[in-house]
Design a protein around this ligand. Structure first.
Ligand code: FES
Length: 83
């Protein structure tokens, strides 16, 4: 699974660094390096309400820093159960 966090200026102002850091910390915490990649992307011209995160280069979501943990568990919870 791959999460691409937008670091464009609008997303940056809305806290993309926080989202990026939280996702990286969670990957670390749950030792999911082999299965989850967290990377950055630039604005694709279609800004969203929160911080834009693209999942596997397909689905796009709008996140806030506070919602990042829940988002991670929703998407990666099944990977943790395999441990
Ligand atoms: S700045 Fe992030 S989608 Fe535009």
């Amino acid at each position: 699974m791959k999460f691409s966090v937008c670091v464009g200026s609008a997303c940056h102002v809305k806290g993309s660094y926080n989202v990026l850091l939280t996702l990286r910390q969670l990957v670390e915490e749950y030792s999911l390096h082999d299965q989850v990649e967290v990377t950055q992307m630039f604005c694709d011209g279609e800004c969203v309400e929160g911080v834009k995160v693209r999942i596997d280069d397909q689905e796009t979501v709008s996140l806030t820093g506070a919602a990042t943990r829940d988002f991670f568990f929703e998407k990666c919870g099944h990977l943790m159960e395999q441990e």
